[in-house]
Design a protein around this ligand. Structure first.
Ligand code: F6P
Length: 475
């Protein structure tokens, strides 16, 4: 049964995020958010507003709709005066490192915060053109204060927000300039969705520490009204991935056999990440270096590392560091018959990835912190039920709240020695144990898909149309 039900029964939604679906939907997707939302918008008949990635001097916020399945997308050119301060600045140099609990990487200036507010105002003006829709669903850290701006332009529909990244502990959020103002503005949302219990608890603890606000059963009452804070762990479409995997092995025989040639009989491990310092790629490569030293030619790593946010110097530096680490390791261990690390800097389509996941005995997902990490879920979905591979998973990825230690091999991503031991255990694991660990993960993916996730969120948001009394807060 389709959890998204009949389109007529659903509230007509506006979805807002910075990144939207690519113009050509067959293009490779380089981030979890756009890949997850595209089928949702397409099936719900929603209107999706976001950035085109281009800038303009015209700040008129005109909306032009392009079809996307049953729905529409509007890719807006954001105002040139504020886009860099918003995207490169406050969103990705201040909030991103803070939300990934890497406070030493936080940088920024007061002008970045001004630009962040300006772009939120711009998006609210654009959304005002669509005020007749039933509800608004805003995504990610680029738009924390958007509900406040939407209310100011006169929109009075339910507004929900989902954070794709982690939310950090109170003493880390304190390092973000204007954190009180931002958190207060988040209480303008009717519904705040997070990936994990840890994120919900961190947010509620932050409200207590920084705004002196108490919550009960995830509900916070502010001057505006009631905000429900809840976990909605994002999923994937596992059947679609399993289909891709079966088809794609056949469709890219040539590439896969070229990979196999370089393995020289070694098993294949795979890592797929945007080149982002939160992804823990350096420690992973150090861990493989140890495996190569102890068991040469037993396993190779196919590391797909997609350049990301390269307008930010820290990201360029990270790429240089990873590139040079890969070269060092290959120079130390590689032979004519065996490439220890196959390093790809291009994005692959989901269908291509599915085939590669299925060909890999091990998948290594070792972010220092991650909202959910859909690579972990996609890898599980793509496996052959009779000969599945093993997932090595960071304890600090949201996915580790879904997959436990009897299923994935959970590791501390800060400790290359732990990753080394897990890789070698995974590579040598007997088939029976692999099946035992994989089956429950696959069942969980089927029990809560990305469509269930969206349907749950929309249902909960729709409930906030009826304003409930705040009686249980009056002690
Ligand atoms: O999941 C976090 C996120 O920022 C998403 O919004 C996006 O899909 C992905 O990372 C890629 O980042 P960017 O849109 O900056 O390329």
């Amino acid at each position: 049964e389709d959890p998204l039900c009949e389109a007529e029964q659903q509230p007509k939604l506006i979805v807002i995020s910075n990144r939207v679906a690519a113009v050509d939907s067959k293009q490779p997707k380089t981030g979890g958010l756009a890949a997850a939302l595209e089928p949702i918008v397409a099936r719900l008949g929603a209107v999706w507003l976001g950035s085109s990635g281009e800038v303009s001097d015209d700040d008129a916020a005109t909306v032009q709709l392009v079809p996307c399945g049953e729905g529409h997308v509007s890719r807006l050119d954001l105002p040139s005066a504020h886009y860099p301060g918003f995207y490169r600045g406050f969103a990705n140099s201040t909030l991103w490192p803070a939300f990934h609990s890497l406070p030493d990487r936080i940088s920024g200036s007061p002008q970045h915060y001004d630009s962040y507010r300006e772009i939120n105002d711009f998006m609210a003006r654009a959304a005002f053109n669509l005020r007749d829709r039933d509800a608004f669903w805003v995504h990610d850290y680029h738009f924390l204060p958007l509900a406040d701006r939407l209310h100011r332009v006169g929109i009075d529909r339910p507004i929900g927000f989902f954070l794709h990244t982690p939310w950090p502990a109170p003493d880390t959020i304190e390092r973000v300039p204007n954190h009180r103002e931002l958190m207060k503005s988040m209480l303008e949302y009717d519904l705040l969705g997070f990936q994990t219990n840890r994120d919900v608890n961190n947010f509620l603890a932050g409200l207590r520490s920084h705004l002196g606000l108490e919550s009960k059963d995830g509900i916070v009452i502010s001057e505006r009204g009631r905000t429900r804070c809840q976990k909605f762990p994002i999923g994937i479409d596992p059947n679609q991935f399993a289909e891709y995997a079966a088809e794609s092995l056949a469709n890219q025989e040539e590439y896969i056999s070229s990979v196999q040639k370089k393995l020289g009989g070694a098993k294949l491990a795979i890592g797929v990440d945007r080149l982002d310092y939160s992804k823990g790629i350096e420690n992973r490569i150090k861990a493989f270096n140890q495996v190569f030293a102890a068991e040469p030619r037993s396993i190779s790593l196919l590391q797909i590392a997609i350049p990301s946010r390269s307008e930010i110097e820290e990201y360029r530096e990270y790429k240089r560091n990873v590139d040079s680490l890969v070269s060092q390791v290959n120079a130390e261990h590689g032979t004519d018959e065996w490439s220890p690390i196959l390093y790809e800097n291009d994005a692959f389509t989901q269908a291509q990835l599915a085939g590669l996941y299925r060909a890999a005995r091990v998948c290594v997902v070792t972010p220092l912190q991650d909202g959910m990490n859909l690579v972990a879920k996609e890898y599980v979905a793509a496996q052959d039920p009779n000969d599945p591979g093993v997932l090595v998973l960071s304890k600090f990825a949201g996915a580790a709240e879904d997959f436990n230690d009897d299923e994935a091999l959970l590791v501390d991503p800060n400790r290359p020695d732990e990753i080394t031991a897990a890789i070698s255990r995974a590579a040598n694991m007997p088939c029976e144990e692999r099946i035992q660990r994989w089956r429950p993960m696959k069942d969980k993916l089927e029990a809560y898909t990305v469509h269930d996730w969206a349907a749950d969120f929309v249902r909960e948001l729709d409930k906030s149309r009826i304003t409930a009394p705040a009686d249980h807060f009056r002690h």
